[in-house]
Ligand binder design. Structure first.
Ligand code: GLN
Length: 487
């Protein structure tokens, strides 16, 4: 077995037991990257030199008998909207093409404290706006299962690199599905933690009340190991929650007896692909077989979550992206006549179409004439969605729905129709609106061979139950052992 194809848990044990050196692990992963990156395009920046230097330091520590941390020596990839000190952080935008942060995001500090090696920054939709990684200013990323198809988005690079064994795990961000949907398209595990569980300090903001950082892993266990490291209160983020530190590997038991799983049939049946529906129905039966109790529930407001999301997210984006004026941050136009002209030209040149579309939409829904009709109403519907989830969690422990209504589509298929693209988010956005945790795990394959994602949702800060059920499902199905045949 090649080193790159091991799981995070396996490789970190091998390193600690000195079965392999950290350099050998890095060599294996970079060799894989050198070979596949031209076909996949998962990375915007690779940090090879710094990685080898760090590998040497960590190996010395290990050889001296020191503790190198839970992720000691393990190569990890980071979405390019998470600030990394002295490493370009572009948000896949021309606006930040040359931005090198002078500080690390809290999650990066935590990963480094745990001994991880940051091997590169991954491609994404520009400013995390999109569902296919096609709005990146730099390049497209291909799906390792079929390189003519998209990896999903916006964290497409972070999903593709884990799927193709070009990193053991990665971080993404999820504002409306950007971890779960690409995880489902690329056949890996993607976890969107409860809003507030992970510090957002150093995550470049898209929509602050929805954004959350989370891990991608090859297995549920790897995802739990990553969560152990990155979770926790941070006084630099006022929305970060003060909850005790947990060991999320403790809940990984193969048992779903006595767990009640809520199935919102009406919500799921609408406009969903036949193969996805079939895989979903099979999963229900599988969990029933394993001893879970299946409960019918209703998610009547969830169908309004797409409209709600695209009002709230664009409103917040229009405000957050105001800072890119060519003076404080980002691209500055070379020629301009006065201050307004400088702003206009810098923003016109620096932002791509999708980002501009969202800024315009957001500015519109916040404008004094339309605020009540759109923004205020969206906030009211948001409350209804939150309450509906709360009520349902009195009847069940976990809600299970597909991650996306379809499997990965061909590049360019939805590029000309943004509304079609937005519809891909129907099953992921309700979770962000309510601030809940959710996980996408491999749940089957479509007739064309593309992976299908299965999503579990629990109440806030109940990641343990979420991981337990995901783990049990994973242990009792064959999907995790399948890998894309790309070579
Ligand atoms: N696809 C959604 C959007 O375009 C979600 C993006 C995200 O989660 N960052 O807004």
């Amino acid at each position: 077995m090649e080193l790159y194809s091991k799981t995070l848990n396996e490789i970190s044990k091998d390193i600690k037991d000195k079965k392999v050196t950290i350099k050998e692990v890095l060599d294996s992963v970079y060799k894989r990257i050198d070979k596949l990156e031209p076909k996949i395009g998962a990375y915007i920046t690779l940090t090879k030199d710094a990685s080898y230097k760090r590998a040497e330091e960590l190996q010395k520590k290990l050889d001296n008998g020191e503790d190198i941390g839970a992720l000691g020596g393990v190569p990890i990839a980071i979405k390019d909207n998470i600030c990394t000190k002295n490493i370009k952080t572009t948000c896949a935008s021309k606006m930040l093409e040359n931005f090198e942060p002078i500080y690390n995001a809290t999650v990066i500090e935590k990963l480094e404290d745990a001994g991880a090696i940051i091997i590169g920054k991954t491609n994404m939709d520009e400013f995390a706006m999109g569902s296919s990684t096609e709005t990146s200013y730099f390049k497209r990323t291909a799906n390792p299962w079929d390189t003519e198809r998209v990896p999903g988005g916006s964290s497409g690079g972070s999903a593709a690199c884990v799927s193709a064994d070009m990193a053991y795990a990665s971080l993404g961000s999820d504002t409306g599905g950007s971890i779960r949907q690409p995880a489902s398209y690329c056949g890996v595990v993607g976890l969107k933690p409860t809003y507030g569980l992970i510090s957002r300090y150093g995550l470049i903001a898209f929509a602050s009340s929805l954004d959350q950082i989370g891990p991608f892993g090859k297995t549920v266990e790897d995802t739990a190991l990553m969560l152990n490291v990155i979770a926790g209160h941070d006084k630099k983020d006022t929305t970060s929650a003060s909850i005790e530190k947990k060991d999320y590997t403790k809940c990984l038991v193969n048992d779903v007896k006595n767990i009640k799983i809520g199935i919102p049939r009406d919500f799921v049946n609408d406009g969903i692909n036949k193969d996805v529906k079939e895989a979903y129905d099979k999963s229900i039966n599988k969990l029933k077989e394993l001893g879970a109790e299946i409960v019918d529930i209703k998610l009547e407001y969830a169908k309004y979550s797409l409209a709600t999301y695209y009002i709230i997210a664009t409103a917040e984006a229009s405000s957050n992206l105001g800072r890119y004026d060519g003076i404080r941050y980002g691209h500055r136009a070379k020629e301009f006549s006065d201050l307004i002209d400088l702003y206009t030209k810098s923003r016109t040149e620096g932002f791509g179409d999708e980002v501009k579309r969202r800024i315009m939409l957001g500015t519109y829904v916040l404008s004094s004439g339309y605020y009540d009709a759109y923004y205020k109403r969206a906030q009211q519907v948001r409350t209804l969605i939150v309450q509906e989830f709360k009520k349902n969690f009195e009847k069940c422990d976990v809600i299970m729905i597909p991650t996306a209504p379809n499997t990965s589509f061909k590049m360019g298929e939805h590029s000309t129709n943004p509304l079609e693209m937005y519809l891909e988010d129907i099953f992921t956005v309700p979770v962000n609106i309510a601030g809940l945790p959710a996980i996408s795990i491999p749940g089957g394959f479509a007739s064309n061979g593309m992976p299908i994602g299965l999503q579990f949702i629990t109440k806030a800060f109940d990641e343990e139950k979420l991981l337990q059920i995901a783990y049990t499902y994973e242990q009792n199905t064959e999907f995790k052992s399948k890998k894309p045949s790309i070579n």
